[in-house]
Design a protein around this ligand. Structure first.
Ligand SMILES: [Zn+2]
Ligand SMILES: [Zn+2]
Ligand SMILES: [Zn+2]
Length: 258
């Protein structure tokens, strides 16, 4: 829902109205930037999800180009910013590539029907091309010299995509991690995973469960995302093990990808 959560009067939401507060949380998304390799290729920007805050996030982070988008699943907080790719898509005459499984692609194509119309399409619609990906654990999308590996995660009644890229993995929106996914999460430098609140929730992991998962997977560092107004940034961080922190808007992390 984002923090402040509209209509809520709790202390975390109240603090989040102050610009720059670490409690102000836009909807979850990450950008993976890499490149400037020895072959002279330019930097590449691969986005994971385009939520309803994508425009504001792109302005905040000075994002001027996007080369591909990977989607985790079709919930509103992960797809509704797709149309804001429009001006960035014009640099891709063959279509800015979007990678999604069938169920996610179906929803994107339904919501943004005008973008994918075969006839009577506006010439200024987003130039995007949907690449439908199999849901098999370990399916790889190769993008500009980096491998993005599908990590299935349980999200309530659904199984959706997390992604591993080099020494980092991004597992938003998950209530559990299936056994078949665990071998794909070995030797991580950075694990980003869902921790919605203190109390259990049917489709999201909660704080103590996420701490257990970090201990089981044993990355060097872990960051919790998809955090609700239940968790105050500073006091929650003070209570966490030394290698675990709450993520915050604008957080930048460096890791090996190739
Ligand atoms: Zn609140
Ligand atoms: Zn979701
Ligand atoms: Zn979500």
């Amino acid at each position: 829902m984002g923090v402040p959560t509209l209509g809520c009067g709790c202390a975390v939401c109240a603090s989040a109205y102050t610009p720059g507060s670490p409690n102000r949380r836009t909807r979850p998304s990450v950008m993976v930037s890499y490149g400037a390799l020895s072959n002279g290729e330019p930097d590449r920007n691969v986005l994971i999800d385009t939520g309803p805050d994508f425009h504001a996030q792109a302005v905040r982070e000075n994002i001027r180009a996007v080369d591909a988008v990977l989607y985790t699943h079709s919930h509103a907080d992960h797809v509704l910013g797709m149309d804001d790719l429009r001006p960035l898509s014009f640099a891709h005459p063959a279509g800015l590539p979007l990678y999604a499984d069938d169920s996610t692609a179906d929803v994107i194509e339904r919501i943004f029907e005008y973008t994918f119309r075969k006839v009577d399409r506006y010439p200024t619609s987003a130039r995007v091309t949907v690449h439908r990906q199999p849901v098999t654990a370990g399916t790889v999308v190769q993008l500009f010299g980096a491998a993005f590996i599908r990590i299935p995660v349980t999200h309530g009644r659904n199984t959706i995509a997390g992604y591993r890229f080099g020494a980092a993995a991004y597992l938003t929106d998950m209530s559990d991690i299936p056994a078949e996914s665990l071998p794909l999460l070995r030797d991580l430098d950075i694990l980003v995973l869902d921790a919605l609140r203190r109390e259990p929730h049917p489709s999201h992991s909660h704080l103590s469960r996420s701490i257990e998962l970090v201990q089981k997977i044993a990355p060097r560092r872990a960051f919790f995302t998809h955090v609700s107004h239940d968790l105050d940034h500073e006091t929650t961080n003070a209570s966490l093990p030394a290698n675990i922190r709450l993520a915050h808007d604008g957080l930048k992390l460096e890791f090996e990808i190739a």
